[in-house]
Design a protein around this ligand. Sequence first.
Ligand SMILES: Cc1ncc(C[n+]2csc(CCOP(=O)(O)OP(=O)(O)O)c2C)c(N)n1
Ligand SMILES: [Mg+2]
Length: 446
Amino acid sequence: MLRTARRSFLPYRSLQRHRGLATATPIIPANTHGHLPTSQSPITPKLHFFNSVTPDGTQIPTYRVLDGVGNVLEGADFPEIDRALARRMYEQMLQLPVIDNLLYNVQRQGKISFYMTAHGEEATLIGSAAALADDDEILSQYREMAVLLWRGFGFDEIMAQCFGNHEDTCTKGKQMPIHFGSRAHHFHTISSTLATQIPQAAGVAFALTRDPLRRGKNCAAVYFGEGAASEGDFHAGMLLASTIPSPTLFIARNNGFAISTPASEQFHGDGIAARGPGYGVHTIRVDGNDVLAVYSAVKEARRLCLQEGRGVLVEAMTYRVGHHSTSDDSFAYRPRQEVEDRKRIDNPIARFRKFLDARGWWSDAEEDAYKDRVKKEIMKAFRRGETMQHHPVSEMFNDVYGGQEPWNIKEQREELKALLKKYGKDWEPWRNELKKFKGEGKELSE
Ligand SMILES: Cc1ncc(C[n+]2csc(CCOP(=O)(O)OP(=O)(O)O)c2C)c(N)n1
Ligand SMILES: [Mg+2]
């Protein structure tokens, strides 16, 4: 590039010398940067600003397969889906609100401290979970319990984490409910600090490229809300996956809200999808309430990720029907009617049910029987999890930091030992509280 540029300047130089203008600025060629080795950008004489990634300035289109009443759109690109898979996807979509409703109400009764539902986002979660391989690494935000359930995480395990009982292997009772994690299910433990999982995913995906057994076979899929995409970590993660190429599958759940802040106040550009090409990342926007579109888009995104070893971004457009969490009352910032309308007009479960009905793959009787069975299984797990003791009290000091235990943890354990010896047997509130823990604190006080 540089050599070509120099050569092209020579005739101008000699011309200038001839006219006695040896010190004048060389003329830059009209149609290339000439001297800029880092740009291939074509030259234009037009003073044209742009603010869109589409050539005609319209918004990025939304890929859809099923219309609002479950009919397949004419000419829709989507992979054939067999009866067994379609039924499994539908069952998992039906199951989710059953668990969500139960645990939401359990929190209201004060039995667990916190909960978040995925109401309205069932298609985004199940469609994507079904499109991934069960051993792809998942880095989730917090609203993605459905992905774990898809991979066979059990109801007992859900209850163990939410109640923090002694069967909780995710966080050993040390975390708030819904902070799941399971090595066996390739599901990295959730952190509530928004967006931390995004650059981590790029790192995990890079690690996959270094593993001969997993290179080209697995990707790291990272879920995040459109709100989390306002964090610097989103940009760091995208840049990382694009400059140090790694098969990172970015799944943005654009559900319209970051707690009380509507998407319209979160960004001025065209959603999250518009940012993908800025990082040289293949991107698609998909109807997040259409489970077949999500399944198809994520399946293709995964294929591209593995084929090219690069990041791919999927923005799923959906609507958070539930409150943000049990700490939120969303009717303080959005009309109740809007939520009711969304449930009725664009219900992801009802849309898919119509598709199944049209093929004769599901019936009312099956739906009743399935819901009944799932409800019973969940209630059984709930009763079991509720009454189970927590991990031993001493467990709270373990695994707080990696490596050697620091002095402050030792000091706190000794302090608690002394207090338990003094009050553990005699003071009723402590005696009662200790009964909730395996071993009743005896491992510390005796
Ligand atoms: C760094 C950080 N800032 C703020 C919060 C508080 N917070 C928790 S969830 C949330 C909204 C996130 O919205 P979004 O990413 O769209 O996910 P959604 O809840 O809609 O699924 C906020 C602001 C946090 N957990 N971490
Ligand atoms: Mg959101």
